[in-house]
Ligand binder design. Structure first.
Ligand code: NAP
Ligand code: ZN
Ligand code: ZN
Length: 349
């Protein structure tokens, strides 16, 4: 048994999006049904819809920045009620018994969590994401969106927010720490806001100075263009933490040269290609090169509450269903300020 709901579907890798329908499972005892209001467009959607990370599961309905209202709950649901403002991020289930799940780090589930789309439920069903009007998910993987954050500006927090919040917390961004955010896109602009709200001194490293004014308004105190070779000299050995949100290849050694003693450069951007660096760039300053992947459910809720407390949401451009292909092109050209969010009411046509 299932329900047919409207969705934006890519039939094959790189295909344009078409209005179509998908099946959502009936609401089980532990399930929450959500009427989706907004779905953010993450660069990961583009990587996957274009099969840049390997073959994807098609037809594909991307979207893991989902915000909406609960429209039905199963008999055993205790965490959410009809009418609640809720969100779903990058995964909709995990094994719940491995050490990482038990520690609240379901993003690192040892069995492999169930991705919100381009994934498979443990029962074998394909998963479909937020470019749709409704979704059904287990209550434990549904977040509460606090009052005070609009659903439209909250949607991107479910990926861009947590993906920057988690490493900023883990690597101790706060008062007295110098943090550089590389890339002023969807993740990057949230990284700037969150790092500043945590009390760190924030510098943006962008390809050009075209978004400098915005970066300073969002909380950065410095802004440099990486197209200018002087940037790397001026900021030599400066940063405790460099958070790299770039979706493309970077000359990593040049970035490592800007880390202070014991500094860390953390990748959250996921370029298609293997990256290169010289070991000498690390050992000279006892530096670390690391990576981070979204965040667990508990930390995602903590991030949403933190954003509400600090009045943070994403800077967005709301688009209709028929503008998604064009939005993808613009994201790839770094022409987004700073997240496209689909008004899912326009999907039904
Ligand atoms: P985005 O909005 O496209 O932002 C990426 C930014 O990177 C751009 O705005 C641009 O910033 C910079 N950039 C793009 N091409 C570049 C190039 N050739 N050289 C240097 N800089 C370049 O993308 P996003 O949604 O923030 O996602 C960023 C990356 O993170 C993607 O690879 C995505 O898949 C990945 N991601 C990872 C996780 C995780 O958990 N690890 C979660 C979500 C997303 P400037 O214009 O300022 O230079
Ligand atoms: Zn994402
Ligand atoms: Zn697990």
């Amino acid at each position: 048994m299932s329900t047919t709901v409207p969705a934006l579907v890519a039939a094959s890798a790189g295909a344009s999006f078409e209005r179509s329908t998908i099946e959502r499972r009936d609401v089980g005892p532990n399930d929450v049904q959500i009427d989706i209001a907004y779905a953010g467009i993450c660069h990961s959607d583009i990587h996957q819809a274009r099969a840049e990370w390997g073959a994807g599961i098609f037809p594909m309905v991307p979207g893991h920045e989902i915000a909406g209202i609960v429209s039905a709950v199963g008999a055993d649901v205790t965490k959410h009620q009809v009418g609640d403002r809720v969100g779903i991020g990058c995964f909709v289930d995990s094994c719940r018994e491995c050490e990482n799940c038990l520690a609240g780090e379901e993003q690192f589930c040892l069995k492999g969590n169930v991705a919100t789309y381009n994934g498979r439920e443990y029962s074998g069903e394909d998963t479909y994401g937020g470019y749709s009007t409704q979704i059904v998910a287990d209550e434990n993987y549904v977040l509460s969106i606090p009052e005070g954050i609009g659903l439209d500006v909250a949607a991107p927090l479910l990926c861009a927010g947590i993906t920057t919040y988690s490493p900023l917390k883990h690597w101790g961004a706060g008062p007295g720490k110098k943090v550089a955010i590389v890339g002023m896109g969807g993740l990057g602009h949230m990284g700037v806001k969150i790092a500043a709200a945590l009390g760190a001194e924030v510098t943006v490293l962008s390809q050009t100075l075209s978004k400098q004014e915005d970066g300073l308004k969002l909380g950065a105190t410095d802004y440099f263009a990486t197209s200018d070779p002087e940037t790397f000299k001026k900021n030599a050995k400066r940063f405790d933490l460099i958070l790299n949100t770039v979706s493309a290849d970077l000359p990593i050694d040049k970035y490592l040269s800007m880390l202070t003693l014991n500094g860390s450069m953390v990748f959250v951007g996921l370029p298609e290609n293997a990256q290169e660096f010289r070991v000498f760039s690390l050992v000279g300053g006892r530096r670390s090169l690391a990576g981070s992947n979204i965040g667990g459910i508990r930390e995602t809720q903590e991030m949403l509450d933190f954003c509400a407390e600090h009045g943070l949401g994403a800077d967005i451009e709301v688009i209709d269903a028929d503008q998604v292909d064009e939005a993808y092109e613009r994201v790839v050209k770094s022409d987004v300020r700073y997240r496209f969010v689909i008004d899912t009411a326009t999907i039904a046509g």
